[in-house]
Design a protein around this ligand. Structure first.
Ligand SMILES: Cc1ncc(COP(=O)(O)O)c(C=O)c1O
Length: 387
């Protein structure tokens, strides 16, 4: 059947307004609008890791292609980091530098799932994973999870088990979690491992916030020996090292998965930006003190934001996720509430972007703007919440 002027169904099912349908209106509004709807970090990166610190004199053909697997200097820095942080010697052949975790996860999903397959996604979740599944012709099956941890009677294994069907191919787990700021308790990790093994599923472990833990201990799923052969892990420097615009991440996993990941990356993006691979290597090699300071600043921001909205402080990450229903005006829904927040100068993410069960919830990024701006944004938001 002729296609023009229709576009592909998978693309037609996607929106670029996931984080806020109000962002365009925000631009027309007089006065400041604090963009707490997109996950970002306001700090400048370590000086050696900035774009302007990369020089052709040091790296001949700085702006040429990099090897598809990654620049040797960055691959070496990543292997050092994985060994130092996790005591794990990842097989160098099973490591792949990616142009950011968003592309990386699209590639991983494309490498592991076939069109028509289902991806189980414990919710609430990072808003783009649902669209990534759609873009690959797959379906995400949402399982309310992170907001239910600790709830009396909640059985994580039974909840996941109910989501498994004949087309389930993988479980995507992002912990520390965007948007809840929660770590994965051992019982929940046990449940994921049991279900993945029982049904022979891949596990896609998204470690975007591994370096931003504010309280408690993060025990990465991928370190569990019983999951080693079935877990593909993605990491990014976007949040940890304030390098979101650099678009650098990396992935590792079992050889058969990584061969497919590399082949797909070869065809979809070839390589990550070469100058920023040198920047990322500098961040990983020399950025530990910078990271400790950044983490402390973000943790303080998280506590301030939690106090302002009456939520518990986040265990990790850069977000708060809370039910805003008590602050709705009579007859008002989530969109009306979000408009009132915008009128007050604050953009928030609608909860349904993170899962269909969160119709009255909102996500707030507390690291998107510097402390003074955050204080102003929180005061404005507090006035809306107290109505
Ligand atoms: C959980 C999670 N995964 C992946 C990403 C994508 O990161 P990147 O900037 O490397 O594409 C993000 C970014 O917000 C995230 O929060």
């Amino acid at each position: 059947m002729p296609r023009h002027p229709r576009v592909a169904p998978a693309a037609a099912g996607l929106s670029h307004e996931v984080y806020s349908a109000l962002a365009l209106r925000a631009r027309e509004r007089p006065g400041p609008v604090y963009p707490l709807h997109v996950g970002d970090t306001w700090l400048e990166p370590l000086p050696a890791a900035r774009a302007e610190a990369q020089r052709s004199a040091e790296h001949p053909r700085l702006h040429g292609y990099a090897p598809v697997q990654g620049e040797p200097a960055l691959l070496a820095a990543i292997l050092r980091r994985l060994a130092a942080r996790h005591g794990v010697d990842v097989d160098p052949a099973c490591l792949q530098v990616m142009p950011g975790a968003t592309t990386g996860l699209a590639i991983v999903v494309g490498a592991l799932l076939a069109p028509g397959d289902e991806l189980v996604v414990p919710s609430p979740f990072w808003p783009l994973i649902r669209g990534i599944a759609i873009s690959r012709g797959c379906t995400s099956v949402e399982v309310p999870f992170f907001t239910r941890l600790g709830e009396r009677g909640f059985d994580p294994e039974a909840a996941l088990e109910r989501a498994i069907g004949p087309r389930t191919a993988a479980i995507y787990v992002n912990a520390p979690n965007n948007p809840t700021g929660r770590l994965l308790p051992a019982a929940a990790a046990d449940a994921i491992a049991a279900v993945a093994r029982r049904h022979d599923l891949w596990v896609i472990a998204d470690e975007a916030y591994e370096d931003l833990v504010h309280a408690g201990e993060h025990r990465p799923l991928w370190r569990r020996p019983e999951l080693a052969g079935r877990t593909v892990v993605t990491h990014t420097l976007s949040k940890s090292h304030a390098l979101a615009g650099a678009r650098i991440g990396y992935t590792h996993g079992p050889p058969e998965a990584m061969r497919a990941v590399r082949a797909l990356q070869f065809h979809e993006s070839y390589c990550a930006a070469r100058p920023m691979q040198f920047a990322a290597a500098a961040a990983l090699d020399g950025g530990d003190a910078w990271l400790a300071e950044a983490r402390a600043a973000y943790a303080a921001a998280g506590r301030a934001a939690a106090a302002a909205v009456g939520a518990p402080p986040p265990e990790a990450g850069t977000f708060l996720f809370f039910d805003a229903a008590p602050a709705f005006a009579p007859g008002e829904g989530l969109s009306g509430f979000l408009e009132r927040c915008l009128d007050a100068g604050v953009l928030l993410t609608p909860g349904p972007a993170c899962g269909r069960d969160f119709e009255t919830w909102v996500r707030l990024c507390f690291t998107a703007v510097p402390p003074d701006a955050l204080a102003d944004a929180l005061a404005r938001l507090g006035a809306v919440l107290r109505r």
